[in-house]
Design a protein around this ligand. Structure first.
Ligand SMILES: NC(=O)C1=CN([C@@H]2O[C@H](COP(=O)(O)OP(=O)(O)OC[C@H]3O[C@@H](n4cnc5c(N)ncnc54)[C@H](O)[C@@H]3O)[C@@H](O)[C@H]2O)C=CC1
Ligand SMILES: CC(C)CCC[C@@H](C)[C@H]1CC[C@H]2[C@@H]3[C@H](O)CC4=CC(=O)CC[C@]4(C)[C@H]3CC[C@]12C
Length: 430
C-alpha cells in the first residue's frame, strides 16, 4: 500500500502537508468544522504535533506514504458480513485514514489482528438505537459509513425491533452527524427499497431512473425505504460549524461472498440432503447479485468522493452492481456450491409454484402458532418466495459516471474467492 516517494511524490506530499497544516491551524482557532472536516477528539486531534513539522512522516508505516493520514472514519455494523469487508477494504485502500472506528452491537474477535497496523482501529461496542452511544462514536469522525441494520425477512425479529434498528438507528446517526459536525454520510440501503414489489412485477435490468411501482408491506423493506428517505432528505442540512451535510445511499442487490450466512445455510442443507438441493424457482427468474468485495469497494470510493463531488453525489442513490451474471437465485448459488460437491435436482414437476406457496403459508402459520413456545423461522415464507420468484436485476453505470466506480473484483475473482470460502467450511462435501 505504501509507495516510495519519488520527486513527484515529494511535491505531492509537501502540498498535502501544507494543506494539512492549514486545516490544523484553522481547527485550532475555531471550535468546530473547518474546511469541510470537523474537529477531532483530543485523543486523536494532534497525533503528530509533538513530533514537529515532519512528525507525520515519522509515524510507523507512514514514512514512505505519499498521503498524510488524517481522516477518521466510522463504520456502523462494522462486524457484520458486509461491514467486515468495508473495514478491511478501508484499511487496504484508504491511505488517508488515521483512525477507523468500528461500531457494532457484537464485536468480532478478528478486530484484534487489525490493531497492529499504521491505522488506529477503535472497536466500539454499541447500539444504534441508543442516541448517546451513536453521538459519542460519531464525534470527531469525518466520514460515517452506516451499514448497521437488522437484516430479517424470516420473522426472527418483531416489526417494532426492525423499525427501531433500521429507522430510529439511522435517525440517530443523522442527528449525531448534525450535532457533532460530521459532514459525510454513506448509507447502506438495499435494492429492496425498490422491489420486488408485492405484485410480483419484474424489474428487468433496470437502473436508478427506471419507473417501478415500489409498494412495501414487509417490515424489512419498509424500514430500509424509510431510512433511505431520511438519509437523502438530510443531504444539505447544516451541521455543527455551519457547513452542509453530504449524504448518499447505496443499494446493493443480493450480496454474496465470504461470510454470507444464507449461502452457508444452503450449503449445510445440501450436505444434510446427501449433496443435493432441490430446485424451487424456475431458472428463467433472474435475481440480481453482487460480490461483497465490490459492494465494500463502492462504499470506500463514494465515501472518498463525497467531499470532492458533493454537488453531484450528495442526495443521490446508486445501485451496487458488478459483473456477476444474471441468473436465478438457486442457479447462481450453484456457481459456488456446485464446485463444492452439491448438485441441483430439477423438481419443477414435483413442486409447482402453488405447492411452494402453500408450504410458505404453512410455515408462516406455524411460525405464528409456535411463537409463544419457540422461534420457528425457516428460509421459505410467502415474502422470501415472492422475492426469489420475481425477476429483479439491475443494469446501470450511474456510479461509474458519478464517482468512477469500476468493480475491483472480476466475476472470476469473486467466484474463486467465494468457492474457496465455501470449501474451507467445516464438513466440505469434496
Ligand atoms: N445481505 C444482503 O444481501 C444485503 C444487505 N444490505 C444491507 O447491508 C447492511 C449490512 O447487511 P449484512 O452485512 O448483510 O448484515 P449483517 O447482519 O451481517 O450485518 C449487520 C451488522 O449490524 C449490526 N447491528 C445490528 N443491530 C445493531 C444495532 N442495534 N446497533 C449496532 N449494530 C447493529 C449487527 O451486529 C451486524 O454486525 C444492512 O444495512 C443491510 O440492510 C443491503 C442489500 C443486500
Ligand atoms: C427455496 C426458497 C424459495 C429460496 C429462498 C431464498 C431466499 C431466502 C432469498 C432469495 C432472495 C433473497 C433476498 C434478496 O437477495 C434481496 C435481499 C436484500 C437485502 O437487503 C437483505 C437480504 C435479501 C432480502 C435477501 C434475503 C434472502 C432471500 C429472500
Amino acid at each position: 500500500m505504501a509507495r516510495v516517494l519519488g520527486t513527484e511524490g515529494w511535491r505531492l506530499g509537501w502540498c498535502l502537508f501544507l494543506e494539512w497544516a492549514r486545516r490544523e491551524e484553522e481547527q485550532a482557532e475555531g471550535d468546530g468544522v473547518v474546511a469541510g472536516w470537523p474537529r477531532r477528539r483530543e485523543k486523536t486531534a494532534r497525533p503528530v504535533a509533538s513530533l514537529g513539522i515532519l512528525g507525520a512522516w515519522l509515524q510507523p508505516g507512514m514514512a514512505e506514504s505519499t498521503e498524510v493520514r488524517k481522516l477518521v472514519y466510522l463504520v456502523t455494523g462494522g462486524c457484520g458480513f458486509l461491514g467486515e469487508h468495508v473495514v478491511r477494504m478501508l484499511l487496504q485502500r484508504e491511505p488517508r485514514l488515521s483512525e477507523l472506528r468500528v461500531f457494532d452491537l457484537h464485536l468480532g474477535p478478528w478486530l484484534e489482528e487489525l490493531k497492529t497496523g499504521p491505522v488506529q482501529v477503535t472497536a466500539i461496542q454499541g447500539d444504534v438505537t441508543q442516541a448517546h452511544e451513536v453521538a459519542a462514536a460519531v464525534a470527531g469522525a469525518h466520514v460515517v459509513i452506516h451499514a448497521a441494520g437488522l437484516v430479517d425477512v424470516f420473522g426472527r425479529a418483531s416489526p417494532k425491533t426492525i423499525h427501531e434498528v433500521n429507522v430510529q438507528g439511522t435517525k440517530n446517526v443523522i442527528e449525531a452527524c448534525v450535532q457533532t459536525g460530521t459532514r459525510f454520510l454513506v448509507y447502506t440501503s438495499s435494492m429492496e427499497v425498490v422491489g420486488p414489489n408485492i405484485k410480483g412485477h419484474p424489474f428487468y435490468r433496470g437502473n436508478e431512473d427506471t419507473p417501478y411501482e415500489a409498494v412495501h408491506k414487509h417490515p424489512y423493506p419498509c424500514s430500509k425505504a424509510q431510512a433511505e428517505r431520511l438519509v437523502l432528505e438530510a443531504n444539505g442540512r447544516e451541521v455543527r460549524g455551519g457547513l452542509p451535510l453530504v449524504t448518499c445511499a447505496l443499494r446493493p442487490t443480493g450480496i454474496y461472498g465470504e461470510g454470507h450466512q444464507i449461502m452457508r445455510d444452503f450449503y449445510h442443507q445440501g450436505l444434510r440432503l446427501g449433496g443435493r438441493l432441490f430446485r424451487a424457482i424456475p431458472a428463467s427468474v433472474e435475481h440480481g447479485r453482487v460480490y461483497v468485495g465490490n459492494v465494500a469497494w463502492m462504499h470506500v470510493l463514494v465515501a472518498r468522493e463525497l467531499e470532492r463531488r458533493a454537488a453531484l453525489v450528495g442526495g443521490q442513490v446508486y445501485f451496487c452492481y458488478d459483473e456477476s451474471p444474471y441468473k436465478s437465485y438457486e442457479d447462481f448459488n450453484m456457481e459456488f456450491l456446485g464446485p463444492c460437491g452439491l448438485r441441483l435436482v430439477e423438481t419443477r414437476l414435483l413442486a409447482p409454484y402453488w405447492l411452494l406457496m402453500l408450504l410458505a403459508v404453512l410455515n408462516a402459520l406455524l411460525q405464528w402458532l409456535l411463537r409463544p413456545l419457540l422461534l420457528y423461522a425457516p428460509l421459505l415464507n410467502p415474502y422470501t418466495l415472492a422475492v426469489a420468484n420475481t425477476t429483479f436485476t439491475v443494469s446501470t453505470d450511474k456510479a461509474q459516471r458519478h464517482f468512477g466506480y469500476e468493480p475491483l473484483f472480476s466475476w472470476e475473482d469473486s467466484r474463486t474467492r467465494t468457492i474457496r470460502w465455501v470449501r474451507a467450511m467445516e464438513g466440505s462435501a469434496q
